[in-house]
Design a protein around this ligand. Structure first.
Ligand SMILES: Nc1ncnc2c1ncn2[C@@H]1O[C@H](COP(=O)(O)OP(=O)(O)O)[C@@H](O)[C@H]1O
Ligand SMILES: [Mg+2]
Length: 213
């Protein structure tokens, strides 16, 4: 499904190499965890996989097709294939849960109440759809971010330290949700420091010495 070939990436200002000869292959049936020290490039790697960061050399193929290095040309690729949960969730705090989840859809399909109901039920927020983000807990905000990423039914869900800011009990609840998501057929690529989170995935990689090992 995903192939990265000989990726080389420099940090813009300093020209220091972040990735050198990085290779990665993910088949259709795997979910993987990515671990590595702070600053090793985990978030940058997710941005490349999402088609946001296109300033690298080497080849990125998704289902056999080359992902363009023109960010504008990647909008459709991302819309069709990729769901993203960023480290700080990027939710709109003055709007309610439902409005935030709708941001995951294109404008045309934003009023599809059936899909919103389904996804609220999946993430366990059916009763709270009109609550504002400023009025909910960190675990609930994480569920909203997951729902927003999943509502367009992406093939892959990229998650950047999805439980980093949560307590242990809430982490376990979110882990159960990730298991459900996987059972429903969405593949996960998760950056995580937590072995418990990594164990939800089929494989583990470490970003080390500018490569994925
Ligand atoms: N847009 C950017 N401009 C300059 N440096 C960046 C940028 N994004 C990331 N970096 C640098 O690249 C390195 C890797 O960052 P990041 O991918 O966020 O690592 P991680 O997620 O593993 O902690 C860091 O040294 C960071 O300072
Ligand atoms: Mg990071």
């Amino acid at each position: 499904m995903i192939q990265l070939q000989d990726i080389q990436k420099k940090i813009p200002q300093t020209n220091v190499l972040l990735f050198d000869n990085l290779n990665f292959a993910l088949n259709n049936h795997q979910s993987v965890a990515i671990q590595g020290r702070s600053g090793s490039g985990k978030t940058t790697l997710l941005k490349i996989l999402a088609g946001f960061d296109t300033r690298y050399t080497g080849l990125y193929k998704f289902n056999g097709l080359i992902v363009s290095k023109d960010p504008k040309k990647n909008i459709k690729f991302r819309k069709d294939n990729i769901g993203i949960i960023t480290q700080n969730y990027n939710l709109l705090y003055d709007r309610n849960i439902q409005a935030n989840i709708q941001l995951g859809l294109t404008e045309k399909s934003r009023n599809s109440t059936k899909e919103i109901k389904e996804i609220l039920s999946l993430v366990g927020l059916s009763k709270y759809s009109t609550k504002k983000i400023s009025e909910i807990s960190g675990g609930e905000a994480q569920r909203v971010a997951i729902a927003r990423a999943l509502i367009k039914k992406p093939k892959i869900l990229l998650a950047d330290e999805p439980t980093g800011a949560l307590d242990e009990q809430t982490e376990l609840e979110i882990l159960d949700l990730f298991k459900t998501i996987q059972a429903l057929g969405t593949k996960l690529i998760m950056v995580t420091h937590s072995d418990a989170v990594a164990n939800v995935c089929d494989g583990k990689y470490v970003l080390e010495n500018k490569r994925l090992i």
